[in-house]
Design a binder for this molecule. Structure first.
Ligand code: CP
Length: 309
């Protein structure tokens, strides 16, 4: 692996190596000094052309915990606002000796295109509707940590699948590791053709919620929806939202996930998001460990991380 663009193009073995390495890094979080020298002297640039709370801060923290230098590139106050292209911007940054470029961009394919033009390792932090590989890796890490396996785990991904890079990356990763995946939502947001990828399709949340071990609730992405895909937000919440009524018919140990940011009381009720089955905050914690693993492995680490402490 020289770059991390999506999970479709990496092997099952690489995914497992990232998950196992992340587990070693997570152990560091319990210490007083949560830092190791693995990337000392390296520079990580966060190049975010879209808003982000979790991913950008998580990459910054991951890089700092590995002792790397971090440059957070501010797009709105940069020469991008004067019309500078993505490639010229990235090459300018690279001339200041970056080793990693973490990119989030509204256009699908931006990370892949960038990887063809720069010497730095490129990590896709979300490109359009295409992929968000580190989100999927942290989701899968959390499922494996809580359920102790991925093979034969039944995972429902619920919501705006059509516009979701999180759904696409999750389904590639989960299928490679042997999970059963059911995509749930209205037909307008879960087109039938997704079944060709080897997943089940369901338009009946009440039925599916009784069968699954994990439910990953996706945000309704109004900013990507170019028309009305369902009659109203209330209708969507009633038909597909995770709420107390559905909790009563689900398995007792159902794992409830959400990549964030949440629309509380639309795709997920507040009481469920903050309830005992929810691992939403743990997903965020695990994101730092997973991103440390990705940075470390892309820097040439062998996956057998030697803890100096
Ligand atoms: N899950 C996720 O990508 O969140 P942010 O948009 O806050 O980074």
């Amino acid at each position: 692996m020289r770059h991390l663009i999506d999970l479709e193009s990496i092997s099952k073995e690489d995914i497992i190596k990232i998950l196992d390495t992340a587990k070693s890094f997570k152990e560091i979080f319990t210490r007083d000094v949560k830092k190791v020298p693995a990337l000392r002297g390296k520079t990580v640039v966060n190049l975010f052309f879209e808003a982000s709370t979790r991913t950008r801060n998580s990459f910054e923290l991951a890089a700092k915990r590995l002792s790397a230098d971090v440059l957070n590139f501010n797009v709105s106050s940069s020469s991008v606002s004067k019309g500078e292209s993505l490639i010229d911007t990235a090459k300018t940054i690279e001339a200041m000796a970056s080793d990693f470029i973490v990119i989030r961009h509204p256009s699908s394919g931006a990370a892949k295109m960038l990887s063809r033009h720069v010497k730095s390792a490129v990590i896709n932090a979300g490109d359009g509707t295409h992929a968000h590989p580190t989100q999927a890796l942290l989701d899968i890490f959390t499922m494996r940590e809580k359920k102790l396996k991925i093979k034969n785990l039944h995972v429902a991904i619920v919501g705006d699948i059509l516009h979701s890079r999180v759904a696409r990356s999750n389904l590639w990763g989960l299928l490679k590791l042997g999970a059963k995946v059911t995509l749930v939502g209205p037909p307008t947001l879960v087109p039938r053709h997704f079944s060709k990828l080897g997943v089940e399709i369901s338009y009946n949340m009440d039925k599916t919620i009784q069968e699954v071990d994990v439910v990953n609730m996706l945000r309704i992405q109004k900013e990507r929806q170019d028309k009305n895909y369902f009659p109203s937000i209330m209708e969507y919440a009633r038909s597909f939202g995770m709420n107390e009524k559905r909790m009563k018919i689900a398995k007792k140990d159902l794992l409830i996930m959400h990549p964030g940011p949440m629309n509380r009381d639309i795709e997920i009720s507040s009481s469920i998001a903050d309830g005992p089955n929810s691992v939403i905050n743990e997903q965020v914690t695990n994101g730092v460990a997973v991103r440390m693993a990705v940075l470390y492995l892309l820097s040439g680490g062998d996956g057998k991380f030697e803890d100096p402490a």
